[in-house]
Design a protein around this ligand. Sequence first.
Ligand code: PHE
Length: 350
Amino acid sequence: MLDQVKALLEEVDQSVVGSKEELEQFRLRFVSRKGVLGELFDGLKTVEQANRRAVGQELNELKNKALERFQQFSDAIESGQNGQQGPAVDLTLPVVPNSTGTQHPLSLVRQRIIQIFERIGFNVADGPEIESDWYNFGALNFPENHPARDMQDTFFVAKSPVSQSEDLLLRTHTSNVQIRLMEQRSKEETFRPIRSIMPGRVYRNETISARAHCQFHQVEGLYIDRNVGFKDLKDTLYHFVKEMFTKDTKIRFRPSYFPFTEPSAEIDISCQICHGSGCNICKHSGWVEIAGSGMVDPQVLINCGIDAEEYTGFAFGMGIERITMLKYEVRDLRLYFENDVRFLKQFEGL
Ligand code: PHE
């Protein structure tokens, strides 16, 4: 019987338990009264008197060992490490593909616009989104109470801390950066010509729909130097349109009005969606408007401290959403702001 107990001790020592089922088998065999131990304790009576004490001690050792191992195994399973087999990781499982993000279509188009203008010598300028009335309207020749201010559905934020009579607002266009730039340059000892574009976010209090949003993005451009003429404006925008769209895209200038440019023109291009056969994007005219432009009104130069006898310039402004819509046939403006991955994924790898 001593041999039998010794063999069982060995077995307990070498047991490996990796699952709840195996733990239960271990319990039934070594811990339960109905297992081997019960039988052995019962058999103790038959062992001759002289050996009974020694066998009894071995048997107790076996019992304690079995209990101890049982506790270890069940702790390991509870804490998620399956006994001596280590964590249950199946290394043969296929990996879950790690999907990387994509660039937002508006970022792609903004970068492309910047690239096109940088190559012909424009740099990028930036300015604040919360602006005073003067930089968003006043300096740009919007007279006070003039209906042109209404056209831009402004979000007013507060009264200016500098002058209580002046409003602070969310800029309705990026033209505020033009004013800031001209003002800065006019303070320098010798005037350096300006050739900059200003990409940025703008706000207008519009009801959100497929065609309008209360926030969108613009890129404006400003070129101020001696002898800058309307021809330079046309050349620059012709170049831009052909680079941004295709070489055979047609372009037309339509007379228009902005308080800060004279003369002013709106720029249309041939519809990129239907190519003239008629669709609802171009309202069946074959043309879509992409930008406003004009020669900077001398009064604006004077407002910024620039000598209007000496210098002239042109300016233009376009909506990034509109360009993106034409380039990628996005028919609903709201898609740009909803973060729907099914939409964003379509721009992967561009
Ligand atoms: N700031 C004008 C707008 O947002 C666009 C524009 C810019 C027009 C420059 C002409 C010249 O409507």
